[in-house]
Design a protein around this ligand. Structure first.
Ligand code: T4K
Length: 405
């Protein structure tokens, strides 16, 4: 364990980890079962195009979430794009700027203008009061994001959408196996979209899904994800190729069998981080509602420089030098990335909480590849940094070299 400043890697100490400790290390289920499934699909010589593994995965996910339809896709972004198109949105959609860039891109890609809305500083999710204030005659939809897997205020957003006759959809990329008021995420709004990317709590290498209770919408999404084919030689709508492959579905089916283990590892790490950082001034871990189901996939720390004596960015640099690749999710806000920065140069004026959080928030490594001893070491480095923040801050501005990019 590191006990004094000279132990820190930025001061010449050996990095705490010989191998990089990443945010987003994939959870992998039982290897033998995965390999057996891969053998099966090779034997069958059926590799993609709505194969048996994809169909089984869709059914299992629909059952798990209690929804009528699950349409598996090649990733979450394309699932969102197809959902937006299948819903026939036009004009503008209200969306948070504090999210991964895929959320507004999926709108813009379909020529829907994303109108950035501020977030609730407590939940980090889109603020329904702001949403209500931002509705104009051009608004056709609200796109909420269940950030960090913590559900949006679904009740308030549903009420606003009904009152204004708007479509409501959710980017549930982070929220697989999370619940809102006891009901699994997946059944809310007109459609919800998951990401099963490698870095997600549950992954299919690359992958995603659109889930909905709406039969007609499900049929449209299904057509669109397969070029608009409604049977051999019969194309009935515009479409794209968003199909999930059999090898991805094999990964998914195997991962589903270990979901409880993944949650247990994430929860164990989250609790260890909470204990390890408790009482450290200026460092605040996000809180999960233990009365709901959550996947604990994101260990998110808010750094208050005034109290910690050190900024989020300085802390990230110190951790990177130790081979702890903490991430500044989500920085900068989407409104500060192109093309939105050029389209809406003044958007930030309406986003004070987003601007504040994008400067303060960082994610720490977790998942089944991270153990309690790793967590204790990371916490020890962070505590040491805060306890010695004044000396550290001064020397950090002076010495940049030798740090991880
Ligand atoms: N909506 C939201 C709210 C999202 O967060 C996302 C995706 C989407 C929509 C879109 O869903 P997808 O179309 O991706 O299905 C990563 C992921 O690529 C992205 O899926 C995810 N959100 C986002 C939060 O994180 P990057 O640009 O940060 O990825 P990268 O390559 O820097 O990797 C992240 C970390 O994971 C690194 O520390 C390395 C580690 N890693 C990554 C991979 C791929 C591994 O250890 N092993 C791996 O195989 O976007």
């Amino acid at each position: 364990m590191k006990t004094c400043l000279s132990d820190l890697a930025i001061f010449g100490g050996a990095p705490a980890f010989a191998q990089e400790l990443h945010v987003g290390r994939p959870n992998i289920g039982d290897r033998q079962r995965l390999l057996a499934r891969i053998n099966d699909l090779l034997d069958r010589r059926w590799l993609t195009n709505n194969g048996p593994f994809v169909q089984e995965l869709e059914q299992r996910i629909a059952d798990l979430l209690g929804v009528k339809h699950c349409i598996a896709t090649c990733n979450g972004t394309v699932a969102l794009e197809i959902a937006v198109r299948a819903l026939g949105l036009t004009g503008e959609a209200i969306v948070p700027a504090f999210t991964f860039i895929a959320t507004p891109h999926a709108l813009q890609w379909q020529d829907i203008t994303p109108v950035f809305c501020d977030i609730d500083p407590m939940t980090h999710n889109i603020d329904p009061d702001q949403v209500a204030r931002m509705i104009t005659p051009r608004t056709t939809a609200i796109l909420g994001v269940h950030l960090w897997g913590r559900p949006c205020d679904v009740g308030a957003l549903t009420e606003i959408a009904h009152r204004h006759n708007l479509t409501l959809l959710f980017d549930a990329a982070h929220a697989f196996r999370s619940s809102y008021k006891g009901q699994m995420i997946g059944g809310f709004g007109d459609v919800e979209v998951f990401s099963f990317h490698a870095t997600k709590f549950f992954n299919t290498f690359e992958g995603g899904a659109a889930v909905t209770q709406n039969d007609e919408l499900a049929a449209r999404i299904r057509l669109m994800k397969n070029f608009g084919f409604a049977g051999y030689d019969n194309v009935t709508s515009v479409g794209t190729n968003a199909k999930m492959s059999e090898i991805s579905a094999a990964m998914g089916l195997t991962g589903l069998e270990s979901l409880d283990d993944f949650v247990a590892a994430n929860r164990r790490n989250y609790i260890a981080y909470r204990a390890g950082l408790q009482g450290t001034p200026g460092l605040q871990l996000i809180v999960y509602d233990e009365t709901e189901r959550c996947n604990y996939q994101y260990v998110v720390v808010e750094v208050d420089k005034a109290a910690a004596g050190i900024s989020r960015d300085e802390l990230v640099r110190i951790l990177h030098a130790e081979n702890v690749l903490a991430r500044r999710y989500f920085y900068p806000g989407c409104h500060e990335m192109e093309p939105y920065r050029s389209y809406f140069p003044h958007a930030g004026l309406l986003l004070p909480e987003t601007n504040r959080l994008t400067q303060r928030v960082m994610c720490l490594p977790t998942g089944s590849a991270v153990g309690p001893e790793d967590v204790e070491t990371v916490c020890c480095i962070m505590r040491l940094a805060v306890e010695n923040s004044r000396r550290l801050s001064n020397s950090l501005t002076a010495r940049q070299e030798g740090l991880h990019p």
